[in-house]
Design a protein around this ligand. Structure first.
Ligand code: G3H
Ligand code: 13P
Ligand code: ZN
Length: 311
């Protein structure tokens, strides 16, 4: 099975009331942990690569690793550029074999967001590639862009029809209260996503796939493990999983998770090294890290996204 686009995945997810997990990948162990879990759960999968991941691991290495995962699992896998910040970067990923790209002009004025997204859509569709765009601004850190909570803004539902019809994008990321990174909400507060915004967007765009970024739930047992073995993560709070499950049952077809993978991996490496201080074989600590990712992804697929058995 070659790489696929997310088109058919999203149609099935929308109609089936579940979402596809979009997990960020940076190296072989992360790709193996995610794809082994998806294989065991028989789940469709989006593997996404940020600009930072691409410069860390190299485009060719990532493509070849993902191709290896497809050969190994036989799963439908979509390879997606996460937060493309220019036409040139999107073009390079389209030319280099990705099947989906995000053009993220959400921090630009509405007209400029439309113009650049439209340019990417035209090139992408000519090459059989689908495009995710974004309206509204999430707080947090993505690549080198830091958006403060004051500068973030919810998506304005009254803008979505014009945006989608003028750009021709295939899916739309919206801001309903999630944010990037491990520190999304103040400790002690009760996070509440703006389902009213999601529902109004969906009412205006019937059948259209919505994307949720910043959807890590920051499991407290994993944060505690990081800190039990020498880490110093301050109070970190993520998106409650029951709210993600609800979003997946509505029009949200793609849920982005990166920080949870990082925390799971770091907790496993710290635990291993703390218990084996004389060990210096990277395979020894990357093996439990890979297993931790697999366990986390299997949980997300089964209990949060609802896409187990849907490959
Ligand atoms: O939204 C951002 C993703 O978590 C990717 O992070 O740019 O550090 O690779 P990164
Ligand atoms: P998290 O930081 O919540 O994992 O979000 C990841 C993301 O949105 C990648 O685009
Ligand atoms: Zn994101």
């Amino acid at each position: 099975m070659p790489l696929v686009t997310s088109k058919e995945m999203f149609e099935k997810a929308y109609n089936g009331g579940y979402a596809i997990g979009a997990f960020n990948v940076n190296n072989m162990e992360i790709i193996q942990g995610i794809t082994e879990a998806a294989k065991e759960c028989n789940a469709p999968l989006i593997l996404q690569v940020s600009k930072g991941a691409r410069s860390y691991a190299n485009h060719t290495y990532l493509i070849k690793l993902v191709e290896a995962a497809i050969a190994d699992t036989g799963l439908p896998i979509c390879l997606h550029l996460d937060h493309g910040d220019s036409f040139e970067l999107c073009k390079s990923c389209i030319d280099g074999g990705f099947t989906s790209v995000m053009i993220d002009m959400s921090s630009k004025p509405f007209a400029e967001n439309i113009a650049i997204t439209r340019q990417v859509v035209e090139y992408a569709h000519d090459h059989g590639v689908v495009v995710e765009a974004e309206l509204g601004t999430l707080a947090g850190i993505e690549d080198e862009v830091v958006v403060s909570a004051e500068d973030s803004s919810y998506t304005r539902p009254e803008e979505v029809e014009e945006f989608v019809s003028k750009t021709g994008c295939d899916s739309l990321a919206i801001a309903i209260g999630t944010s990037h990174g491990a520190y999304k909400f103040k400790p002690g507060t009760k996070p509440q996503l703006r389902f009213d915004v999601l529902e109004e967007v969906s009412r205006r765009l019937p059948g259209f796939p919505i994307v949720l970024h910043g959807a890590s739930s920051v499991p407290q047992d994993l944060v505690a493990k990081v800190n039990a073995f020498g880490g110093e993560m301050p109070g970190a709070v993520g998106v409650p999983e029951d709210q993600l499950r609800k979003a997946a049952s509505l029009s949200v077809c793609k849920i982005n998770i990166d920080s949870d993978l990082r925390i799971a991996m770091t907790a496993a490496v710290r635990e291993y090294l703390a218990g084996h201080p004389a060990d210096f074989d990277p395979r020894a600590y990357l093996k439990p890290a890979r297993a931790a990712i697999k366990q986390l992804v299997a949980h997300k697929i089964t209990d949060v996204l609802g896409c187990a058995g849907k490959a």
